[in-house]
Design a binder for this molecule. Structure first.
Ligand SMILES: *Cc1c(COP(=O)(O)O)cnc(C)c1O
Length: 396
């Protein structure tokens, strides 16, 4: 088996109908057939690439080939966004009367699927404390069909014991699906621990350049076939050009991730003992309560950290405003450093209860380190902390 960098560059090579070194963009909505037989075959070729672009396209197939090999799964498929990957999979895998378990600390969109969308469709849900593997067991019911995991979680960087939950789910014939957006297959491969399905907001690290919205699902072909059948109906298809950009981004994922890891670790270490900081949430810190678990299932800890400012909401917002390299934005995973203050972003989006249930402190800033020089990012973050900014003001 080849290494990740080789996979990222070559895994799609057999899916190029031309001899072009750089893959062409199949900017077409449909493909034609020589005869009725070929046409009929192409129409039922699940995750195929030469019938109709909503059914599949060579640019989709190339991305899927690379992601499947990186994630150590049999197959993969692409969708128009990360949320399209989640909702399409969930619609395919559960029905009214079923039960789904999710995490308390999880991406806001995933939380809304658990809190709002699924209950409206007659699917009951339970959100559990993912730091406690026994909480998953206690939440199981005879109607549980699916467990949605996310590790590290957004934005608290809590860790889920993937092997423990996968073993539990297998024993009860329940499917597991893990959001691997924060870790990427460079840092963690959930399938290696027995997780059935892996999904990504490919908008983030997989593409890595903040210029595409995309999602991917990776897992066994027989499960992806069921999801593909529903994807045809939801129609959340990725445009061929966006798939082409995503493939281009994937080529350098194995080069980019180590730098994100270095920058995330350096920022966490520089900030976590600072008096203006109450706590840094980063699984690579020895002081993270789940550091040992993280080190056992991850080979790097990523570029995202949660910084809890000691003086709360106003201090967090002011810190963001003083950063020079990091810009205020809801995204992450690109080459540029971005920062967000969830409590102020959520003010107009979520109910008070939803914010309280998320467990996200009002003073928390999520910093997503890009690939800039480590020293520049650390200096920028330190200078933006409340007391340092005050001293700088006095000595100017
Ligand atoms: C951004 C994000 C998503 C949603 O993905 P989109 O591509 O924006 O639809 C899901 N999970 C995590 C962890 C994310 O950061």
């Amino acid at each position: 088996m080849s290494g990740s960098s080789t996979v990222a560059v070559h895994a799609d090579r057999d899916l190029h109908p031309s001899r072009a070194v750089a893959p062409p963009i199949y900017r077409t909505a449909a493909f034609w057939a020589e005869d009725a037989q070929q046409f009929a075959r192409a129409a039922v070729d699940r995750r195929g690439r030469d019938f109709y672009t909503r059914f599949g396209n060579p640019n989709h197939a190339q991305v899927a080939a690379v992601v499947a090999e990186l994630e150590h799964t049999e197959a993969a498929m692409v969708t128009a966004s990360g949320m399209a990957a989640l909702t399409t999979a969930v619609l395919a895998l559960v029905s009214a009367g079923d039960h789904v378990i999710g995490q308390r600390s999880t991406y806001g969109g995933t939380a809304s699927v658990l809190l709002n969308l699924l209950p409206r469709l007659g699917v009951s849900t339970t959100q559990v404390d993912q730091t406690d593997p026994e909480a998953f067991e206690q939440a199981l019911t005879p109607r549980t069909r699916l467990i949605l995991l996310e590790s590290p979680s957004n934005p608290l960087l809590q860790i889920t014991d993937l092997r423990a939950v996968a073993d539990l789910a297998r024993a009860h014939d329940v499917l597991t699906m893990a959001d691997n957006t924060f870790a990427t297959p460079m840092n963690q491969r959930p399938a290696d621990f027995g997780i059935d399905l892996v999904w990504h907001s490919a908008t983030k690290y997989l593409n890595g350049h903040s210029d595409v919205s995309a999602g991917v699902l990776a897992g066994p072909a027989r499960i992806l076939d069921r999801i593909w059948d529903v994807a045809l109906l939801t129609g959340a298809v990725l445009g061929p050009f966006d798939a082409w950009l995503l493939l281009r981004g994937l080529r350098t994922l194995p080069l980019r991730m180590p730098r994100h890891n270095v920058n995330g670790q350096a920022l966490a270490e520089a900030l976590h003992e600072h008096p203006a900081v109450a706590r840094v949430h980063y699984p690579g810190l020895a002081t993270h309560p789940q550091h040992a678990l993280a080190a056992g299932q991850m080979s790097g800890f990523g570029g995202v950290l949660g910084i809890e400012l000691a003086s709360g909401f106003e201090a967090a917002d002011a810190f963001l405003g003083r950063l020079r390299h990091a810009r205020r934005s809801a995204s992450l995973g690109g080459v540029e450093t971005l920062a967000v203050h969830p409590a102020s972003m959520w003010r107009g989006m979520l109910s008070e209860e939803h914010i309280a249930a998320s467990g996200v402190p009002l003073g928390l800033v999520r910093l997503a380190a890009g690939i800039e020089d480590t020293a520049d990012l650390v200096a920028d973050a330190l200078a933006a902390l409340p007391c340092n900014a005050f001293v700088e003001e006095l000595t100017r």
